[in-house]
Design a protein around this ligand. Structure first.
Ligand SMILES: [Zn+2]
Length: 231
């Protein structure tokens, strides 16, 4: 009974605050006006089925080749572009993430921490701090004619106050294809997205849009992190 009452009190208090904010936004300056809407950008990551039949990646996807290939700096995902954010993240696993997936994500965390540009520590992040959530999902190939299989997806989700962003990144692996998806290279790619790295069509980048088994960040990938976290 006590619990129910305090719960109700909170609802009333929150409703009152919401009412004031709606009616009199000038009473709460720098709250309503300056918080930009959340931008979500999760991107799927693929394995080229054709590559396992022919020579691996001898013929990259034609629609991908038109995109930027940079040996200089891996680009930034649009939600984090032109924004400043903290380089410290708390990361945690959703409860249904199996041990083998946790292991490859832990390896990916180590790879990024070794750059010294970001600091990922285990823990459940507060809403106003940067965090990464690791997850799993199950998505089977729906188009049998498709030449690619989805291995994972990930990306940043930002909430920005003027030029400062709080990033709630997400990185997930597709359990429908465990032998090709639960890999350190895939985890590194997805965590890269969660931290704000976009695709780089240079084949030495871990952010190349097709899995190549890379587990070492390229110079461009490190410069990409520097562009986000060391400005
Ligand atoms: Zn990707």
């Amino acid at each position: 009974m006590m619990k129910r009452k305090s719960w109700l009190t909170w609802v009333i208090v929150l409703a009152a605050i919401f009412f004031v904010v709606k009616k009199e936004p000038q009473l709460v300056p720098n709250t309503v006006a300056t918080v930009k809407q959340t931008t979500v950008k999760l991107q799927p990551y693929f394995y080229l089925v054709r590559a396992s039949i022919n020579n691996r990646l001898k013929t990259p996807l034609t629609k991908e080749t038109a995109q930027a290939a940079s040996t200089d700096t891996t680009p930034t995902e649009s939600p984090l572009k032109n924004l400043t954010t903290s380089n410290t993240y708390q990361y945690y696993f959703e409860s249904d993430v199996p041990a083998n997936v946790r292991q490859v994500f832990e390896q990916a965390v180590t790879v990024y921490n070794q750059t010294g540009l970001v600091k990922l520590v285990p823990g459940q992040g507060k809403t106003n701090k940067n965090k990464v959530t690791f997850f799993v999902y199950d998505k089977k190939l729906t188009d049998p004619a498709s030449e690619t299989v989805e291995l994972g997806n990930g990306g940043p989700t930002t909430l920005a106050w003027n030029s400062y962003a709080v990033n709630s990144g997400r990185a997930g692996l597709n359990l429908a294809y465990p032998y090709i998806a639960i890999k350190e290279s895939v985890a590194i790619h997805e965590l890269g997205h969660a931290l704000g790295l976009a695709h780089n069509h240079d084949q030495s980048s871990v952010m190349y849009p097709l899995d190549q088994g890379l587990t070492t960040l390229s110079t461009a990938d490190i410069n990409g992190l520097r562009a986000i976290y060391a400005k």
